[in-house]
Write a new protein. Structure first.
Length: 104
């Protein structure tokens, strides 16, 4: 999971019947409520800015909602997956200290 932060760029997917296309709008996170709920400053295909509040941030671990939602861009998802794999590899190869800290 990618932790949302103010200023991060995401894609906002408006309800399909509103735009007639599957193309997302560029958006900036303006406020973070929690890991799956954010406020956005959104830019449509013409560069017109509008805001959306309490938007579901799809993290890939649930079904996409039928209404508008935000999602990370594929590049961001790929980078997060690489980072998680590297962290796992480092944790798996780290020596285990079974006896607790040693006292000299």
């Amino acid at each position: 999971m990618i932790k949302p932060a103010i200023g991060r760029v995401v894609w906002y997917h408006p309800p399909r019947n509103r735009t007639g296309t599957d193309q997302p709008h560029a958006a900036l996170i303006a406020h973070v409520w929690n890991d799956t709920c954010v406020n956005l400053a959104v830019f449509d295909a013409n560069g017109f800015a509008y805001s959306k509040t309490s938007v579901f941030l799809f993290q890939g671990d649930s079904e996409k909602p039928g209404s508008g939602y935000a999602a990370w861009m594929p590049y961001q998802q790929g980078q997060a997956a690489k980072t998680e794999a590297l962290e796992k590899k480092l944790n798996d190869s780290a020596p285990k200290n079974e006896g607790g800290p040693s006292v000299s």
